[in-house]
Write a protein that binds this ligand. Structure first.
Ligand SMILES: N=CN[C@@H](CCC(=O)O)C(=O)O
Ligand SMILES: [Mn+2]
Ligand SMILES: [Mn+2]
Length: 369
């Protein structure tokens, strides 16, 4: 990423939306190979907003960045996640489009597979600021809502895990036709509203109590939002470590009815048991939001995060879970959080993220008619 990239522009303060940056989408050209030597950088296009020319069909998957670590800063973490969206895109851009995907789609449709809606940036002058996280979340939520209303799978690229509250609110707005984040006006109970389930891969529960939103509070904020709207809170946390969460947080998880599949469960239970627990959770809901906090993985494979994991869960277990989750056909929103390129080694953390992103895109595209 060049030093003049808008994410690192410290002359501004506040939330800013920047469009698709084609300079991030580069890779190798292979003129000596067949046309099946194809990479994601070669098919991605700009996201068409609802106001653009509607004669063009919408992309089946749309990426949107949340370049923000104000929530990590408020949570006393190591900042730097703000730099992750361009870094993850650059790594993902260089991954090949797999044979199975090329076999499924006509070449003429490749341009409809993936769009990039650019980044929502939190300019915070590298300091604690009162409202800038909330402004960034609101702007990002609008983007997410727009993408989902166009019937595209939204995939958010964080940024700190404060992305989760904003991704959820964007999904909520799309499903409930809310025009904006409006926490102060609880709506009457909507008994026919689709039931949203949240699946979070994370070492942490992220249901902290705090006076303002942080990267450690998003699921508590969602629980309170749902309660204010008469909606149930369906939250499944996978990879939770007994040594990364206090007893107070486990008590709150109990009160909120959180389904926990711990890091120990992931490693020691049979796959059949874990899949059964996951499917029982999925069966209770109509729509799924999947979020992957990259500190769920061992620090050896994902060193570039704010809070590296001592144990972590395996990449293979996570990929098996993603297979089950996407097979439900219920996923409408997903995101990645907490990658911090400043602490990465050989772009290892970005590579794991890009692989999971490619898998999600593939699972979703293979479900299409
Ligand atoms: N999203 C991060 N949440 C963690 C961070 C833990 C840490 O910084 O050690 C949490 O608040 O528990
Ligand atoms: Mn975490
Ligand atoms: Mn988290």
């Amino acid at each position: 990423m060049s030093s003049s990239h808008p994410v690192t522009d410290n002359a501004k303060v506040g939330a800013e939306q920047v469009p698709f940056d084609t300079s991030l989408w580069t890779g190798r050209a292979e003129p000596d190979e067949s046309e099946r030597a194809l990479y994601w950088y070669q098919v991605v296009g700009a996201h068409q907003t609802a106001d653009d020319d509607d004669s063009k069909a919408n992309s089946k998957v749309t990426l949107v960045g949340f370049a923000c670590d104000q929530g990590v800063r408020r949570n006393l973490g190591r900042v730097g996640a703000k730099l992750a969206p361009p870094a993850i895109r650059q790594t993902f851009a260089k991954l090949p489009i797999t044979p199975i995907l090329q076999d499924k789609f006509d070449k003429a449709d490749y341009g409809l597979l993936l769009a990039d809606a650019g980044d929502v940036i939190c300019h915070d002058n590298d300091s604690l600021m009162p409202d800038v996280l909330e402004q960034t979340q609101a702007l990002y939520s609008q983007q997410v809502s727009d993408i989902i209303q166009q019937d595209s799978l939204g995939i958010g690229i964080g940024g700190g895990h404060a992305i989760a509250y904003a991704s959820y609110m964007g999904l909520w707005q799309a499903l409930n036709n809310d025009s904006k984040l409006d926490e102060n006006t609880p709506k009457p109970s909507q008994s026919n509203a689709p039931k949203i389930g949240i699946i979070n891969f994370d070492a942490h529960l992220d249901i902290r109590n705090a006076p303002k939103g942080t990267s450690g509070t998003p699921f508590r904020q969602i629980a309170e939002h749902n309660q204010a709207h008469g909606q149930p809170f369906h939250y499944c946390a996978i990879g939770i470590s007994q040594f990364s969460n206090t007893a107070a947080l486990f008590d709150r998880a109990d009160e909120l009815g959180v389904t926990i599949i711990s890091d120990d469960n992931c490693a020691r239970d049979s796959w059949e048991n874990s899949a059964k627990k996951l499917n029982e959770f999925i069966d209770q809901v109509d729509v799924l939001y999947v979020t992957i906090d990259m500190d769920a993985f061992p620090a050896s494979i994902v060193p570039g995060v704010s809070a590296p994991a001592a144990k972590g869960i395996s990449l293979d277990f996570t990929e098996r879970c993603l297979e089950v989750i996407f097979a439900s056909g219920k996923v409408k929103m997903a995101d990645f959080a907490e990658i911090n390129p400043t602490y990465d080694i050989d772009a290892r953390s970005c590579k794991v993220t890009a692989r999971l992103l490619a898998l999600m895109v593939q699972h979703h595209l293979l479900l299409q008619d």
